[in-house]
Design a protein around this ligand. Structure first.
Ligand code: RIB
Length: 338
């Protein structure tokens, strides 16, 4: 096995001190250009590779942040992660993306590993922030920022006003003539689902409609298959109670519901108007372009990364940044002739 080449071997080869080699690696501006070139030539000739974990241990800091997402198959999170990566890269950091797949145990394993790896900071969209022990798991010395989730004591957070988002969606359905509306989403351990449901109830109350007119079809996750399953349940409801419109907690559920309507020979919006949430690219591209509540995903990601990197500043104060959602109306709710 080839002996590992360290700073000492490079220094000997270039005829300089270990400190000069370290300066070339970490503070090249303090080294004379001719010396710097000689050291770089030795590095190339010997095939020296910096030992990042050793550097990190010495410096006590890494150049990596992590983002633990709820569902890597959901374009919402990859869009947010793209914003995270852009802001992190501009600041000289790389991003580890971890997928909890909405499983608390997996999320816990990732958090423990990331603390051990001494990453610079952790962004996370929690599976369930109320679960006992989550706060202790979060606060172990590594800075943390919550994403797509509102405040927790002792951390920054970046989110969208999901209560307003739910209210915008259901108010739109009421204004287009619907009085019996389904809310498709779950599990309700996810704060974003609870908040969107609260907004939907607020819209019903504001319109003077009874809460019973909002039929909740709770789902086990927020993916397409559960949207299809909700479509079958919805069509199976007695016609006198069957909703004429549905608000889905995210676009993946709405796309599954659209698919189910088509498979059952029903038309959108004629037989069922449908609103989603996130406004991912597939929403506009759907067979029936989907009305959706837009979340500013790139801004969410960039802001979260910036807040995280500010955590190490001495005068940092935790902030809870909340963006406003925006209703984007498309064919899945548009009234004929409108
Ligand atoms: O984070 C929970 C949900 O909120 C995700 O499914 C995503 O779509 C966002 O809307």
């Amino acid at each position: 096995m080839k002996p590992s080449i360290g700073i000492r071997e490079v220094a000997h080869h270039a005829g300089v001190s270990n400190a000069t080699v370290s300066n070339v690696l970490n503070r090249p501006d303090v080294v004379a250009p001719a010396t710097r070139q000689r050291v770089l030539a030795s590095i190339a000739e010997l095939g020296f590779v910096r030992n990042e974990s050793a550097r990190q241990l010495r410096a006590g800091r890494s150049r990596v942040i992590a983002y633990v997402v709820l569902d890597a198959s959901n374009p919402f999170f990859t869009d947010v992660a793209r914003g995270v990566e852009s802001a992190a890269r501009e600041a000289g950091f790389a991003v580890f993306l971890c997928n909890s797949a909405s499983e608390g145990g997996r999320e816990r394993e990732y958090l423990e590993l990331l603390h051990e790896q001494r990453v610079e900071g952790i962004l996370i969209t929690p599976v369930d922030a109320e679960v006992p022990g989550f706060a202790e798991l979060l606060h172990r010395g590594t800075p943390v920022v919550l994403v797509d989730h509102s405040a927790q004591d002792g951390t920054c957070s970046v989110a969208v006003d999901d209560v307003l988002g739910g209210e915008l969606a259901v108010t739109h359905l009421i204004e287009t003539g619907h009085t019996r509306i389904a809310m498709v989403g779950g599990p309700f351990t996810i704060q974003q689902v609870r908040d969107r449901h609260a907004g939907a109830l607020r819209a019903m109350a504001n319109a003077g409609l009874p809460e019973a007119n909002l039929t909740v079809l709770e789902t086990t996750d927020l993916q397409v298959a559960e949207g299809r399953s909700a479509g079958e349940r919805l069509v199976g409801l007695p016609s006198v109670r069957r909703p004429t419109a549905a608000f889905c907690a995210n676009d993946l559920l709405a796309l599954g519901l659209l698919q189910s309507m088509t498979q059952q020979g029903l038309k959108v919006p004629e037989d069922l108007a449908v609103v989603g949430y996130d406004d991912i690219e597939f929403a506009a591209a759907a067979a029936v372009p989907l009305t959706s509540v837009r979340q500013p995903r790139d801004q969410l990601g960039r802001t979260a990364a910036r807040l995280l990197l500010e955590e190490s500043e001495p005068d940092h104060e935790h902030r809870h940044v909340q963006f406003q959602p925006e209703l984007v109306v498309r064919a899945s709710t548009r009234v004929r002739g409108a």
